[in-house]
Design a protein around this ligand. Structure first.
Ligand SMILES: *[C@@H]1O[C@H](CO)[C@@H](O)[C@H](O)[C@H]1NC(C)=O
Ligand SMILES: *[C@@H]1O[C@H](CO)[C@@H](O)[C@H](O)[C@H]1NC(C)=O
Length: 449
């Protein structure tokens, strides 16, 4: 701007004072303008607000070469996060007899700086005092976090290849007492399972990871990334059987259970809910998915389409931006008996995948529709039968300042009357294998035969 003032020149101060009314007007206008552009709020793993502390074994058993590999692995698993004081801050502790703070929390304010700093860490060598290192992280590293807004997730990742020579139980308990989530990554066969289980949060199936050795640690990169991301964007847990699974219980979150009429479900033991044209299932996305969607998830819906519903095309579930652009949607196309999955795309406005072969979904009976969404593919299932797997292009984080809706005609706010028994989004893609359609009569029948 040509009239921008040069504040460094004293002579201009007078001009600045004269222009003050103009300045205050501009300042007043800025927030209004920003609010209008509210659509710019995308959320996903990259924008998660994490304090992430890596606690890395630097004892003699690791060796120089494998220590270098461990460093590279840390760099790799960090790549999905936006490193800054607004989003993810990273610290690294190397330990053997004593812990050494290699990178203080939040010191590096960009990914490039962080990568350089991790590469610069030199191997210590020594004994393995894992308990002491965890205590050091709890007492001296997490507590030094400095942020403008409070941190949402405090996560520690302990990477070790040997049995600890000190007690790890007390310090791990202390970490949990301070709401720090601890992952334990065991490398090699020297490490005792019981020790990793004590270090990590429960359930250990979710928080303990193994690699055969450092040369194959890259194989657990995807699962570590997914787990770190789940931890960042999936704060809620859904009780499933005797386990707690991370995910979003949309029957509750979307207020379906309070807004719709209760009806008998697919089996005597089940309850379902009937939506009519005046039931509006709409919530703010920022309240349902405050941190966006994880890169992998399982969408599960147990539904019955009767009356006109099986003949209509409508969004069973959709996330809209403020400008009503689809960020994620599962669309039922009654006209041609297909199902469409829509997601974002980094190169196009959106990507739409049409799955054929869903005739049965429209037959007026209860059915379970499941979509297993992964970063590079999406797989559809009907009543436990795989229908089709299709490749996806990279998706973008979703806009979270629009609305999330259920059972709406495409492009309108009109509700389609339908019956819903289950509507969930699990964050762990492995939940896809565990989530069987055992509430569907035909599936139970086949199972019992
Ligand atoms: C890190 O990522 C690069 C690129 O994907 C890969 O070639 C390398 O093997 C990875 N290293 C480790 C230790 O995970
Ligand atoms: C729609 O469902 C609601 C909630 O059960 C009920 O109060 C309302 O009377 C129903 N409206 C119609 C038109 O059936």
């Amino acid at each position: 701007m040509a009239w921008r003032l040069d504040w460094s020149k004293e002579t201009n101060i007078l001009t600045a004072m004269l222009l003050w009314p103009v300045w205050s007007l501009i300042l007043l206008l800025i927030p209004v303008d920003a609010a209008d552009k509210g659509d710019d709020v995308r959320a996903g793993c990259s924008t998660a607000v994490n304090d992430l502390v890596y606690i890395v074994d630097g004892s003699w058993s690791v060796g120089f070469a494998d220590f270098e590999t461990a460093k590279q692995w840390l760099i790799n698993i960090t790549s999905q996060f936006d490193i800054s004081s607004h989003y993810t801050q990273v610290a690294v502790i190397q330990y053997s007899d004593n812990p050494r703070l290699e990178i203080p929390l939040g010191k590096q304010q960009s990914a490039a700086d962080l990568i350089r700093a991790i590469k610069g860490i030199t191997y210590m060598g020594g004994n393995t005092q894992t308990g002491r290192a965890i205590r050091f992280a709890v007492d001296h590293v997490f507590s030094t976090s400095q942020r403008a807004s409070p941190v949402k997730n405090r996560i520690a990742v302990v990477v070790t290849d040997g049995k600890s020579q000190d007690d790890i139980v007390d310090s791990s308990m202390e970490a949990r007492a301070q709401s720090i989530t601890v992952f334990a990554v065991g490398v090699g066969d020297e490490i005792a399972n019981s020790e990793l289980v004590s270090i990590a949060n429960k359930p250990s199936t979710a928080y303990v990871l193994y690699a055969e050795d450092y040369t194959t640690i890259d194989r657990i990169r995807d699962s570590m990334e997914q787990k770190l991301c789940e931890e960042s964007v999936c704060p809620t847990r859904i009780p499933v059987a005797s386990r707690d699974e991370k995910g979003f219980e949309l029957m509750v979150g979307m207020n379906i259970e309070t807004k719709a009429k209760k009806i008998p479900g697919s089996l005597v033991s089940q309850t379902a809910f009937a939506l009519n044209t005046s039931t509006d299932i709409t919530e703010k996305t920022s309240e349902i998915f405050p941190e966006g969607l994880p890169p992998s998830y399982v969408f599960v819906a147990t539904i019955r389409l009767k009356g006109i519903a099986p003949t209509l095309n409508f969004d069973l579930w959709r996330v809209l931006s403020k400008k009503k652009e689809i960020q994620a949607a599962v669309t039922l196309n009654g006209k041609d008996k297909s199902v469409t999955f829509t997601t974002t795309s980094v190169s196009k406005r959106e990507q739409r995948i049409v799955f054929q072969g869903f005739q049965a979904l429209y037959d007026g009976m209860w059915h379970q529709l499941k979509l297993l969404v992964r970063p590079s593919q999406v797989t559809s299932f009907l009543d436990d039968q795989q229908i089709q797997e299709v490749l996806l292009e990279p998706a973008e984080p979703i806009y979270i300042n629009g609305k999330t809706q259920v059972a709406k005609r495409r492009g309108t706010d009109v509700t389609v009357p339908m019956e819903i028994q289950k509507l969930r989004l699990y964050c762990d893609p492995h939940q896809s294998e565990k989530e069987t359609a055992c509430e569907i009569f035909s599936v139970v029948k086949t199972f019992n035969l």
